[in-house]
Design a protein around this ligand. Structure first.
Ligand SMILES: NC(=O)C1=CN([C@@H]2O[C@H](COP(=O)(O)OP(=O)(O)OC[C@H]3O[C@@H](n4cnc5c(N)ncnc54)[C@H](OP(=O)(O)O)[C@@H]3O)[C@@H](O)[C@H]2O)C=CC1
Ligand SMILES: CC(C)CCC[C@@H](C)[C@H]1CC=C2C3=C(CC[C@@]21C)[C@@]1(C)CC[C@H](O)C[C@@H]1CC3
Length: 417
């Protein structure tokens, strides 16, 4: 069943773009994983061969990966400190979501800590990265297929505005159903924050442990990368409720793009800097490390300040922390901030995020481009995401959005873009 109303414009280059991305994204991920452990560690160049025949597969990998998914699902189903309501849906109902992501992170840390004390060889996880990435990719394809089939039975009101063009390749990529659920487990919300994000910091930790085993102690660069990225993941889980208003939850269906992004891309490519450091140790002096910490702190300050200001304002515009800010009224009854962080550029949170991305790569030195892949990819992702968000805001707020763009002319970087 297709949703009513005019069809949404095709994004990501339509069916051809979607097909190309479904091949390119996994290929890029394996290229990065192989390049990180190869001697020359080239970002651009022919893919490095696997370190040993059969290195891409291990019979233990599916078992390990499914156990991880099961563990995170079990943590998701535990009683939560709060249950939040999502945005209003087409049928006027609101879904309920457990706010216990940070609790899942703490429980995982406790379990891993106990495991390590009992002799669990955490560092050996680094030898399993290639087979685990293969399993995660396969699982993302199978899962997306199941989601596509499930959507055939869903009512029109449950479908996403985007992924229902009628072209199976495009719809498989973008996702047809907005909020597919298995019982009380919301598949998209669960995948976006739990197995991938927590998996990312676990992989980072395993790389740190492995480095300590190889070289006697973890390097300063490895500590920085682990610390910065743990802060980022901890922050996302602490502010879990904010995810409920992102376009991923309110607009995009759950298909291959997000399933692969959440389950494979995030844990295996976002941990690239730590992977690079294990195989290519980099000296880092304390003064340089202090400057990098300062850059990360500035990025985090902007990122958190901007996100919190908007979230506080959306929850309660009369909150004393935001009540003094200048606003534009829109025909929907909602207002847009035109001073504070949101008066500086139209996406100050992206600016902070990009500054942090730079700080995550700098500990890896400047001899290789590979550890800067995240910064390059993330710039492209945010520029594209910003354009998608602008289109949605223009549709939602019309003239008021145009007025906002006139008053705040720069999108992400003041006086540059
Ligand atoms: N590490 C990663 O891979 C990724 C990280 N992120 C990060 O996640 C966070 C969330 O990003 P994202 O979901 O893209 O979008 P935003 O948090 O930037 O939200 C955009 C929405 O904010 C509202 N808004 C825009 N301008 C204003 C204004 N002036 N005043 C009030 N409300 C406004 C609009 O929604 P409405 O009016 O309906 O409230 C708009 O649709 C960001 O910090 C981003 O950097 C995002 C993607 C990937
Ligand atoms: C594989 C493709 C190139 C695209 C995949 C995109 C996904 C990896 C991202 C889409 C939106 C995301 C968000 C986050 C992680 C990455 C994905 C899933 C956060 C959870 C990261 C932490 C922030 O605090 C909030 C982000 C929300 C959006």
């Amino acid at each position: 069943m297709a949703p009513q109303g005019s069809p949404a414009p095709l994004e990501f280059g339509g069916p051809l773009g979607a097909a190309a991305l479904m091949l390119l994204l996994p290929a890029t991920m394996f290229h990065l994983l192989l390049a990180a452990r190869s001697g020359p560690a080239r970002l651009l160049g022919l893919p490095a061969p696997p370190p040993a025949p059969g290195a891409l597969w291990s019979p233990a990998a599916p078992l390990l990966w499914l156990s991880w998914l099961g563990l995170q699902a079990a943590f998701y189903l535990l009683p939560a400190r709060k249950v939040a309501e999502g945005q209003e849906l087409k049928d006027k109902s609101r879904l309920r979501y457990p706010i216990n992501g940070f609790q899942a992170l703490v429980l995982t840390a406790l379990l891993v800590g106990l495991g390590v004390c009992a002799g669990l060889p955490l560092g050996m996880l680094t030898d399993m990265l290639l087979p685990l990435a293969a399993v995660a990719t396969l699982a993302a394809f199978l899962f997306s297929l199941l989601l596509y089939l499930k959507a055939l039975l869903a009512p029109a009101s449950a479908l996403a505005p985007g992924g229902n063009s009628g072209n199976p390749i495009y719809d498989f990529f973008l996702g047809r159903e907005l909020n597919p659920r298995l019982g009380s487990l919301d598949c998209k919300y669960f995948c976006e924050l739990r197995p991938g994000l927590i998996g990312w910091v676990l992989i980072n930790l395993a790389l740190l442990v492995q480095e300590a085993e190889l070289r006697g102690s973890p390097s300063l660069a490895m500590w920085l990368v682990n610390g910065f990225q743990l802060l980022y993941v901890g922050d996302a889980l602490w502010h879990e409720e904010a995810i409920l208003t992102t376009m991923d939850i309110t607009h995009d269906g759950f298909g291959f793009m997000l399933a692969f992004g959440d389950l494979a891309w995030v844990p295996f490519t976002y941990s690239l800097q730590a992977q690079f450091l294990l195989y290519h140790p980099q000296p880092l002096e304390l003064p340089v490390a202090s400057v990098i910490c300062l850059i990360n702190a500035v990025g985090y300050y902007i990122f958190r300040g901007a996100n919190s200001q908007k979230n506080t304002f959306r929850k309660n515009p009369s909150d004393p922390r935001v009540a003094g800010l200048e606003t534009i009224s829109t025909a929907t009854g909602r207002q847009l901030l035109v001073s504070g962080w949101w008066g500086m550029v139209r996406h100050p949170n992206y600016l902070g995020d990009l500054i942090m991305a730079l700080a995550w790569s700098l500990p890896c030195g400047v001899s290789h481009l590979l550890p800067y892949f995240y910064l390059l990819y993330f710039t492209a992702l945010l520029v594209h995401r910003e354009a998608r968000d602008e289109q949605q805001c223009l549709r939602k707020y019309g003239l008021a959005w145009r007025e906002y763009c006139r008053r705040v002319p720069y999108r992400i970087v003041p006086y540059v873009y």
